[in-house]
Write a protein that binds this ligand. Sequence first.
Ligand SMILES: Cc1cc2nc3c(=O)[nH]c(=O)nc-3n(C[C@H](O)[C@H](O)[C@H](O)COP(=O)(O)OP(=O)(O)OC[C@H]3O[C@@H](n4cnc5c(N)ncnc54)[C@H](O)[C@@H]3O)c2cc1C
Length: 389
Amino acid sequence: MVYTSRTEEIMGLDALLTADEIAWRDKARTFSLERIQPQIDEDFEIQRLREELIPELGELGMLGMHINGYGCSGANAVSYGLVCYELEAVDTSWRTHVSVLGSLAMSSIAKFGSEEQKQEWLPAMARGEKAGCFGLTEPHGGSDPSNMKTTAVLDGDEWVINGAKRWIGIANIADVAIIWAQTDDAVRGFIVPTSTPGYVATPIAGKLSMRASIQCAIELTNVRIPKENMLPLAKGLGAPFKCLTEARYGIIWGVMGAARAVMDVAIERSQTREVFGKPIGAMQITQAKLADAFLEYEKGMLLSLHIGHMKDAGTLKHEQVSVGKLNNVREAIGIVSSMRSIMGGDGVTNEFPMMRHMMNLESVRTYEGTDEVHALVVGRALTGIEAFR
Ligand SMILES: Cc1cc2nc3c(=O)[nH]c(=O)nc-3n(C[C@H](O)[C@H](O)[C@H](O)COP(=O)(O)OP(=O)(O)OC[C@H]3O[C@@H](n4cnc5c(N)ncnc54)[C@H](O)[C@@H]3O)c2cc1C
């Protein structure tokens, strides 16, 4: 392993991981450092998604890796979390791609699809030959999907879908979109091949965050798909929410990767940068900043592992995932900001990864449920009172 982290050494997490989990982490670390890191600043700068990496992730078994069968790896939740941790240590975009492809698109089919749908899509998606996206959010307010305006109406042997989606990751390169739409009985999920006439995905311009990925606005105009393309077991919003819980789980680990990456850079800088005749790391305020960041990182990692163990045991509740997402994203943002300050002026340049991570984490704070929404979920669990409306 070429990369060793001072923060990891002090934390000693390996003692709590199995050999299999460590192997997944190391595989993801090598991939991230060798295949993403060398070009990530340029990708971010010119807003480039390197599609060619998707089949490579498939070859490594990292797409839908927590799904059993259908060519998927069937890894445990902690291993999946560690993969997210390593990808996001380099850049949020790539953890997000794995999340959209595996936790959202593939999970929708794996959890709610028919046997034929699973056979048709999952093996090819696991190999990275086919890419999927997940269209839930609509332009008028993503925090409240119950106000869904996209409709699907049965017309003979076909569903006809009309509406609009916004912020849908990789919708312009995906082969298939899982589109959530209101029918006359409930919200349902539909497998929509993106080549279907009436499906138009347009990348959202001017995005200053996660620039190595693409999110799109989707227009759905009289999109006709066969009756069999409805996910038979998905009825009501509980279905997409279950997929979101999978994806949020990956975020809990991922953002701690970003935190680790910036801490390691700041520690190195604190040892080598001399101001007032001594290293800035010899100043107590710098050490206090590093120590505070390390405490939150260590707590965030232990929380991730605890949540991972509950997921593996099958006892994890969605409000526990909200605790992890709210806490770890909030603390990662705090850590990146504090580590950026240790870098001084150089910290606002792209010579160092701080600003890229900072901008990326603003998206993570918002998607898969904003921090306000997760606070309301935790508040409801604590009080028994719903405060959304
Ligand atoms: C980079 C990126 C990638 C994304 N990828 C996907 C994807 O692949 N698929 C997909 O379906 N969606 C995706 N999303 C959409 C994302 O999930 C939504 O942006 C998110 O749910 C928030 O919705 P909104 O942006 O419409 O904000 P709004 O819902 O308009 O919220 C605006 C503000 O109001 C606050 N607010 C809303 N309701 C309440 C309340 N009851 N109490 C207190 N405060 C409240 C919010 O917390 C927020 O601060 C992505 C978004 C981004 C930025």
